[in-house]
Design a protein around this ligand. Structure first.
Ligand code: UT7
Length: 315
């Protein structure tokens, strides 16, 4: 397939590190030094599904296609106020999409997993077009009393429209199932038969272990993908790395031995928006006119699961 349109939407409220320091035992200095984040967009009176719909509309407008042209809609979303229906159906109702649709919960690498699914359906001859929307509000998952998690996240939505083409040159997906490293749980409806204890737990993260996984798997995944596709890393024009921590991105830059200018960064004023991170970054770079036809773009992301993924796309 080929990406022919991108779109994104962010909550209007910006929360700076100094704002967090008014109610948390933290500081702008700690957050910036350890993560590279200065501020993030946080859901306030918006609904995340409206941001998802806005991102889809913008991507469609850029693509020149109509909703009736779309054969498949894939949404990546970890959490929303709805348990059912899936976020895809909620956004579809707002945008007029009425093709087959599905939701995936692959956490931060969700965009790459969705690309892989769309490309696989395309190669099987089942679809000619697709929309992927990554729609996330991780600020609703962490406890705002837990300085080790809530300072990291920001909300938002990113979308792409895919059409016929031979531009997804490869994808590489990886898992190391270890739910204890990054998780959140919620209580379900009680029944007369429930005897086990159930309880809500806000987002928990073994930060250092996730950090290590991120650097190891991003570099390994990208290396293997480039080897499989026969593309030397010097030929890659852009590395779109999940915006989770500036130090993780710097470690990947150093390992890859490629100029830092090839690694666009927006974590400074976005924080980590889970699977929306890569498509939001893509859309921002695209709208700045940074890409030219034929550019090679590598995506790489990691997160809860633990899952990771990489993709190489020709622009
Ligand atoms: O989307 C994918 C998911 N997540 C990630 O990719 C996150 C990966 N991990 C990380 O980015 C980093 O591990 C963190 C940013 C989460 C933490 O940085 P760190 O350098 O690994 O710090 P640490 O967890 O080892 O904590 C060091 C100290 C601790 O204090 P003590 O025990 O040394 O006294 C923490 O309590 O920093 C403390 N700390 C804070 N201090 C001020 C933790 N959070 C904060 C904070 N402000 N916000």
């Amino acid at each position: 397939m080929r990406i022919i349109g991108t779109g994104s939407a962010l909550p209007k409220k910006t929360v700076t590190n100094d704002m967090l320091a008014t109610f948390l035992d933290t500081s702008d200095e700690w957050i910036q030094t350890r993560t590279g984040i200065k501020s993030r967009h946080v859901i306030s009176d918006e609904n995340i599904e409206d941001l998802g719909a806005e991102a889809v509309r913008k991507a469609l407008e850029m693509s020149g296609l109509q909703v009736s042209d779309i054969d498949m809609f894939i949404v990546s979303n970890v959490v929303s106020e709805y348990v059912t229906p899936g976020m895809s159906c909620i956004i579809a109702e707002k945008t007029g999409l009425s093709c087959p649709m599905l939701d995936i919960n692959c956490a931060c690498p969700g965009f790459i997993y969705a690309l892989d699914i769309a490309e696989t359906y395309y190669k099987a001859g089942k679809i000619r077009t697709a929309i992927i929307a990554c729609v996330e509000e991780p600020t609703r998952m962490a406890s705002w009393e837990d300085r080790s998690t809530c300072v990291l996240f920001g909300d938002g939505a990113g979308a792409v429209v895919l059409a016929e083409g031979d531009n997804i040159k490869g994808t590489k997906l990886h898992s190391e199932p270890s739910p204890d490293k990054l998780w959140q749980r919620r209580t379900l409806v009680d029944t007369p038969y429930i005897t086990k204890a159930e309880f809500d737990v806000p987002l928990q993260m073994k930060g250092r272990e996730v950090f290590k996984f991120a650097v190891t798997e991003c570099t390994r995944g990208v290396d293997e993908l480039l080897k499989d596709t026969g593309i030397p890393k010097e030929k890659v024009d852009w590395f779109m790395v999940h915006q989770a921590n500036r130090r993780i991105i710097d470690a990947i830059i150093s390992y890859m031995g490629q100029p830092a200018a090839k690694f666009p960064v927006n974590i400074t004023d976005h924080g980590n928006s889970s699977s929306a991170s890569c498509p939001i970054l893509l859309d921002e770079c695209n709208r700045k006119g940074m890409f030219k036809e034929g550019d090679t773009i590598v995506f790489s992301s990691f997160g809860a699961g633990l899952l990771s993924g990489a993709a190489v796309v020709e622009w």
